[in-house]
Design a protein around this ligand. Structure first.
Ligand code: FNR
Length: 354
């Protein structure tokens, strides 16, 4: 059984298209203790083929030649793979697929997006209501039955059978009593930590996170660390959040999306320096250029709005790693790194030379 300690940590949140490999590696370099992946739906990762890319050392999980998950040995003891799921068996298969490369599995029980809720995933799990599930029966083919699939069954199955530390991320419910009941039941499943995003599923991210709601949760969840999430935009906010609520750990989403150097205790670095450091990581792991661009543009934001700075305009008109590097005067780095990757690739399969 892998051991991952979730107490007294500052961690990168799961964010679709943002918490991909380069941002995770950079966040770790700046001081994040653990890094969550973006959510991957169970069926997407199940059946993927695992291969190590000899040029970059990146471990690639691919299906039909499409990259579903990329990771690197440097993050193995820190990366928490988040799944979107509504089914205990699929959740377990997904966890077992990536088991050897991750430090833990997290179940997203808080996503309020339509596609998640319709599929019985994300915040739909918070209601703990029976969900309609299609099952294949031996004699009658496919039929729809009401099956009591809850987040608790999903978590229990993962805890008992995955051999990995399991956590889950929830939102607060409408009343403190309901939230308390939910987190106590989750604690009872044997998870190693619970992350609470201090907003209800109907609250928008522009509304202030309800840190106050955490006090009651921390008082009631005694056996595992509570990870607080919501509105940490400066490193100092971590201590403020802890002083205010007694919470053990803090998870940062948009604060890290805009500037991952938020994980530095010494304070944030200028965004342009951070974008350059990020770009370096992207070239080193041969990230998908569309993803590199998306994340670089996301960093050039203030309070959630693009700065529309000169560099922002230039980035919008650029789409490949060599041209991004040119924009930031990093041509030499790019050429050197690509040459090294090429020679590592050749060394791994010398017959390509013949
Ligand atoms: C998110 N969030 C999110 N949550 C989750 O559990 N899985 C996910 O894949 C995503 N994806 C995602 C993408 C983007 C672009 C954002 C901004 C957010 C929610 C996120 O993890 C966090 O709970 C909220 O953003 C609140 O934290 P902050 O932003 O107030 O620190």
């Amino acid at each position: 059984m892998k051991m991952t300690d979730y107490s007294n940590k500052v961690v990168l949140a799961p964010m679709v298209r943002i918490s991909t490999l380069p941002l995770r590696l950079l966040s770790l370099e700046y001081g994040a203790d653990l890094v969550w992946t973006e959510e991957t739906v169970d069926k997407k990762i199940i059946g993927c083929e695992r291969k190590v890319n000899p040029a970059t050392g990146v471990i690639e999980y691919k299906k039909n030649n499409r990259l579903v998950f990329a990771t690197h040995p440097d993050e193995r003891n820190h990366v928490i793979f988040q799944i979107g799921t509504a089914d205990p068996d699929l959740a377990l298969q997904a966890a077992l697929t990536v088991k050897e490369d991750v430090a833990g599995i997290d179940v997203n029980c808080g996503c309020p997006k339509k596609f998640s809720i319709h599929a019985g995933m994300g915040a739909a799990l918070l209601s703990n209501q029976p969900v309609l599930k299609k099952v294949r029966c031996r004699h009658v083919g496919v039929k729809v039955v009401t099956d009591l699939v809850t987040d608790f069954q999903i978590l229990e199955n993962l805890v008992q059978n995955s051999g990995l530390p399991v956590t889950c991320k929830v939102r607060i419910l409408e009343t403190p009593e309901k939230t308390r009941e939910l987190v106590k039941m989750i604690e009872g499943t044997g998870v190693k930590a619970i992350t609470v995003h201090c907003r209800t599923k109907d609250m928008r991210s522009s509304e202030r996170a309800k840190w106050d709601a955490l006090k009651d949760i921390v008082e009631n969840v005694k056996t595992i660390p509570v990870v607080a999430n919501g509105d940490v935009f400066e490193h100092e906010d971590v201590q403020k959040l802890k002083d205010h609520t007694n919470v053990s750990s803090a998870m940062i989403a948009r604060g890290a999306e805009y500037n991952p150097s938020i994980f530095r205790k010494e304070g944030k670095l200028p965004v342009v320096d951070v974008i350059k450091a990020y770009l370096k990581k992207c070239v080193e792991v041969d990230n998908l250029p569309q993803n590199t661009k998306y994340c670089m543009l996301s960093m050039d934001k203030e309070k959630g709005h693009h700065t529309r700075s000169e560099i922002y305009d230039k980035m919008t008109h650029t789409k490949s790693h060599p041209s991004f590097c040119k924009l930031f005067g990093m041509e030499e780095f790019y050429e050197k790194e690509r040459a090294e990757q090429e020679s590592r690739k050749k060394a791994a399969s010398p017959q390509d030379d013949e």
